[in-house]
Design a protein around this ligand. Structure first.
Ligand SMILES: Nc1nc2c(c(=O)[nH]1)N[C@H]1C(S)=C(S)[C@@H](COP(=O)(O)OP(=O)(O)OC[C@H]3O[C@@H](n4cnc5c(N)ncnc54)[C@H](O)[C@@H]3O)O[C@H]1N2
Ligand code: MOO
Length: 397
């Protein structure tokens, strides 16, 4: 019996999780990577007025229907100018981006003319050619972007063009990390889980705060846990969940309604747990209890907590995969191996894997997730890769 699978545990953690109900309003300059909480209705049309799409001459199509035709040039209109009306029987020199003069319905590019004054129009087209019309892309009053859209560079440009200066976005998830262990409190072992998990949480878009290290006595731990639950949308603990005499997280939470502790068929990170606690205001705050061993804590965070952060934020998440560069033996449980990417985007385990080496983890581009197939996984097989922002694999955001 190898315990629940990684997928079982991911499902258990995500079951019933709804996006947080609040939203933030942020200026566009701070909106990169956020997710729209509401549709954005355009207050400006795109383009905002009819304008020339080519440098050339603004004319009446009907007056140049049978080229060659010679017309006097009544003036010049450039981007930023107010357009003068086009006199009958004349042309106006016009630059790309300039407003189309009232009366004109065609822009003849310089290349189709003599370019002189008077201008000889040598070739023509139907009315409307080389004119970009007001609202042809987005019309003022219509929805420009829908709630749920992830804001990247193109979306920020569109929002600016439709006149939005600030937008309602789904909230940043407040993440609390409570590391546990007397050895950390006593300063015998540096608390390396807190900075790692805070960084991984921030890379996934959360506001992350450390509450640990908490001591190995249930009352002391409970006090820090309660403070974390009151202040956060999700709480992650590390350590204190295996079979030892001082496994404080398990001791404090195993009898709580709805908490689950048990082995998950993965290596490292076999002991896992999860549940939810009620805050004083009635919010149900998910709690994920990760093992203390640093690689196991980090792997558990990327496997389980990152998707949870996305579910709470209401932002899309899907696993990132990369093909294996070389065959990798698989067993009866999921194995997480520090790996490096080749130039062609294939991933291979780093040699010298020693189970719990932080040095090896720090040399890796990502953790590769070897599925429990019980056989050699052939080169080329796509496998899930776990990484955070700052790694060449990027974030699964
Ligand atoms: N009899 C058994 N013993 C253990 C089992 C088991 O099934 N039966 N599982 C082993 C496995 S696998 C793991 S993983 C660990 C997980 O134990 P805990 O989650 O209770 O973690 P701790 O005992 O608190 O710590 C384990 C190890 O990691 C160091 N640690 C903890 N927190 C931090 C931190 N924030 N920064 C740096 N290092 C940390 C801690 O000092 C320990 O050395 O249990 C096995 N035992
Ligand atoms: O599952 Mo634990 O992280 O191997 O030592």
């Amino acid at each position: 019996m190898v315990g629940a699978t990684v997928e079982d545990h991911r499902r258990r953690i995500l079951a019933g999780v709804e996006p947080l109900g609040r939203s933030d309003t942020v200026p566009l300059g701070e909106a990169l990577g956020r997710v729209l909480a509401a549709d954005v209705v355009a207050t400006l049309s795109v383009p905002p007025f009819d304008h020339a799409a080519m440098d050339g001459f603004a004319v009446r199509a009907a007056e140049v229907a049978a080229p060659p035709v010679e017309l006097p040039v009544a003036g010049v209109v450039a981007a930023g100018d107010d357009a003068p009306p086009l006199p009958r029987g004349a042309a106006l020199r016009i630059m790309t981006g300039a407003p189309v003069p009232p009366g004109a319905d065609l822009v003849v590019p310089f290349e189709w003319t003599s370019g002189t004054d008077p201008v000889r129009v040598l070739r023509t087209a139907d009315a409307g050619r080389h004119v970009r019309c007001e609202g042809e892309d987005v019309r003022a009053g219509e929805s420009a972007l829908a709630a749920g859209t992830l804001l990247g560079p193109a979306q920020l440009g569109l929002l600016t063009s439709v006149g939005a200066a600030s937008v309602a976005v789904r909230p940043r998830v407040r993440l609390a990390v409570v590391s546990t262990g007397a050895e950390l409190v006593e300063g015998q072992v540096p608390d390396s889980n807190s900075p790692t998990l805070l960084a991984a949480g921030r890379a996934a878009g959360a506001d992350a705060v450390a509450y640990g290290p908490a001591p190995d006595d249930p009352a002391g731990f409970r006090a820090q846990l309660t403070a974390a639950v009151e202040a956060a949308d999700v709480v992650v603990t590390t350590g204190g969940i295996s079979a030892g005499d001082h496994d404080v997280v398990k001791a404090a939470l195993a009898d709580e309604d709805g908490f689950w502790f048990g082995p998950v068929a993965m290596k490292p990170g076999r002991p896992q747990g999860c549940g939810a606690l009620a805050a004083a205001d009635g919010r149900r705050v998910p709690v994920v209890t990760l093992p203390g061993t640093p690689i196991a804590a980090y792997a558990g965070f990327l496997l389980y907590v990152v998707p949870l952060l996305h579910a709470l934020a209401g932002s899309p998440w899907r696993p990132v995969t990369a093909p294996l560069a070389a065959p990798v033996p698989a067993g009866d449980r999921t194995v997480l191996l520090p790996g490096v990417l080749d130039d062609d985007g294939r991933i291979r385990p780093l040699p010298g894997h020693a189970g719990h080496s932080q040095r090896l983890l720090a040399a890796a581009d990502a953790l590769l997730v070897v599925p429990p197939t019980g056989r050699l996984v052939p080169a080329g097989t796509p496998v899930e890769v776990l990484a955070s922002v700052g790694s060449p694999v990027g974030s699964p955001v």
